[in-house]
Design a protein. Structure first.
Length: 116
């Protein structure tokens, strides 16, 4: 899969229990999984990349889904989000595979943007 600038690239769901989550999504949809430690599981087979996050700050609330966009220049995109009126909720940090930040849009929706 190639990364396309300014596109929805990844979907992340909060998770409480990795074993139950994997069992459900495999049984219901046939998804396959890769464990990235005790608190993160990525999935494949859903026609888009995604994962389940059990970090303490991955609160489960309606709607509970974190849409992750891709940006070729993460620092510049952070500036553009702020200039457009977005509020940074989690500054740039590293994760397996790259770096990302989270922001809240004017409606209160939280999204993230990542880069390699």
């Amino acid at each position: 899969m190639s990364n396309v600038d300014n596109s929805i690239n990844y979907i992340e769901f909060p998770m409480r229990n990795a074993a139950e989550t994997k069992k459900f999504y495999n049984r219901a949809f046939g998804w396959e999984f890769t464990d990235w430690g005790p608190n993160y599981v990525s999935f494949s087979g859903a026609n888009i990349d995604g994962g389940f996050n059990a970090d303490d700050d991955a609160l489960i609330s309606a709607p509970g889904v974190l849409i992750v966009l891709y940006a070729a220049n993460l620092t510049r995109k952070l500036e553009e989000v702020i200039e457009a009126g977005g509020k940074v909720s989690r500054p740039i940090y590293e994760f397996p595979g790259g770096k990302r930040f989270h922001f809240v849009d004017p409606n209160g929706n939280q999204l993230a943007i990542w880069s390699e």
